[in-house]
Design a protein around this ligand. Structure first.
Ligand code: DLL
Length: 447
């Protein structure tokens, strides 16, 4: 099922619509936002030069730093009296990134999120437990409005409160969960502690996003929670969640709502547009936004685009699951390492649980990577049983098993990613759990 007819236009129809919307967005920002007037003028571009979607390459990029430099209201394309909502995402340092919506933007947001819920198979019959944080973060309210628009019953529980999440799931019969993938796993852990089995919970599907995760992590979530796990993507600067999402039919790439958010992949170093299928940085122009449209916004997220029609009937281009943010990429002794690559290796290892943290230190002039990862509860129990026997051989075997798991991970990280790593196996529950976006990397190197 589709929510709007725009999800299955022919590529020609779509390109025409995109061209019209891009031209309008350029008129709007040029007339209303001094930052864009200056940026267009510097490139010698007038809004009238933008006639079709291919002209997008003539336009200047917008970077996160531009939002900061114009903090808080400098990029608004509407007078404050027309703004009805302000969200912000907190950076690691300093001031947050501020984003604004007028009434039409809020309506657009509900609509693209209704597409997301529909693509995930959610209908008015569903009970949606929304465990994304409500507040300045766009996850809570974004999912809320979308779920309401499809007519589902929303439980606005927000993030955290893990035991209560489980109680409500049981008592209210929630069928859909919205959360970060890491919080979903935390909910699972706490349910186990509470001796609640997921066979007694009615959840059918989860809409997970807001942080990078891998296919291996998806499998873990699906098996543990006994649901279908759908990847949803977005960023505050563009609208929040609702930029792209998987369909439940294929779960193979995230359909970008490209009638509103025009995607490009660029080479992050040269800024050149790359063809379909090549990996690079995702750049988005939010053509239909009114309060704060952004032209060629550099998301920092690394992915590829696939224009093939999907089995679900949508013609919207699909982006591959995000590999990570360009700025999360670690350079360890000259080798580029994405945390998601490490996650893939870990979760393909038997007896390893999906909880890990990557620590990078500098010893002298050398970078050292240390992966701390939990072993499964099962593995611990087997070990404990062996320790309890007086059989010396069984005891020795237990030590060997541990060493083997460690060596397997080290070898695979070396073979697949190309770096040496220390691996520390830790008991279940010892890595800090997250109720929102997980923090996977601790980089102790001097900046
Ligand atoms: O995380 C919006 C969102 C809320 C998306 C709920 C999905 C669900 P920000 O806080 O501005 O907005 O963070 C945006 O998070 O540039 C990506 O790096 C990352 N991200 C978001 N979704 C995914 C995903 C929200 N599905 C930043 N996979 C983005 C990988 C994701 N990374």
């Amino acid at each position: 099922m589709h929510w709007n007819k725009e999800e299955s236009l022919t590529r020609t129809e779509l390109a025409k619509l995109q061209g019209e919307r891009l031209a309008k967005a350029c008129e709007r920002v040029y007339a209303r936002v001094p930052f864009y007037k200056k940026a267009f003028d510097e490139k010698g571009i007038k809004p009238g030069d933008v006639k079709n979607i291919g002209d997008v390459v003539k336009l200047p990029f917008t970077k996160k730093a531009d939002l900061r430099d114009n903090y808080p209201y400098g990029l608004f394309a509407e007078p404050l009296e027309n703004i009805v909502r302000i969200h912000a995402s907190s950076g690691t340092t300093g001031k947050p990134t501020v984003v604004a919506y007028n009434r039409n933007d809020i309506n657009l947001w509900a609509d693209v999120m209704a597409r997301t819920f529909t693509a995930a198979g959610t209908t008015s019959k569903d009970i949606v437990q929304n465990a994304y944080g409500y507040g300045l973060f766009t996850g809570g309210l974004g999912a809320h409005y979308g779920a309401e628009r499809v007519g589902a019953a929303v439980i606005p529980i927000s993030g955290g409160n893990t035991q209560k999440q489980i109680m409500l799931m049981l008592d209210f019969g929630s069928t859909v969960l919205c959360s970060t993938p890491s919080f979903a796993l935390y909910i699972y852990d706490v349910a186990c502690e509470m001796k609640v089995g997921f066979e007694n919970i009615k959840l059918r599907v989860g809409l997970f996003g807001a942080e990078p995760w891998t296919e291996e992590m998806r499998r873990e979530v699906e098996e543990r929670l006994r649901i279908k796990a759908i990847d949803i993507y977005g960023l505050s600067e563009i609208i929040g969640p609702g930029v792209s999402s998987e369909c439940i039919e294929a779960q193979s790439g995230l359909h970008i709502n490209e009638d509103h958010f025009y995607p490009e992949i660029i080479d992050p170093l040269t800024g050149d547009q790359l063809p379909f299928g090549q990996e690079g940085e995702l750049v988005i122009t939010s053509m239909s936004r009114e309060a704060m449209p952004l032209i060629r916004y550099r998301t920092g997220d690394i992915t590829t685009l696939n224009p093939e029609k999907c089995v679900c009937g949508r013609t919207l281009v699909r982006m591959k699951r995000v590999r990570g943010r360009a700025d999360d990429m670690l350079i360890i002794r000259g080798v580029n390492v994405f945390p998601s690559q490490v996650e893939s290796v870990l979760l393909r290892t038997k007896d390893i649980a999906p909880h890990y943290v990557i620590e990078v230190n500098r010893k002298g002039r050398m970078d050292e990577m240390n992966v701390r990862v939990e072993v499964t509860g099962n593995f611990m129990e087997q070990m404990a049983a062996k320790v309890l026997t007086t059989d010396l051989k069984a005891f020795a075997q237990e030590e060997e098993d541990l060493i083997k798991v460690k060596r397997d991970i080290q070898k695979n990280v070396k073979d697949i990613i190309g770096v040496n790593t220390e691996v520390t196996l830790v008991p279940p529950g010892s890595i800090q759990r997250s109720e929102g976006k997980a923090k996977r990397v601790i980089d102790n190197r001097p900046k």
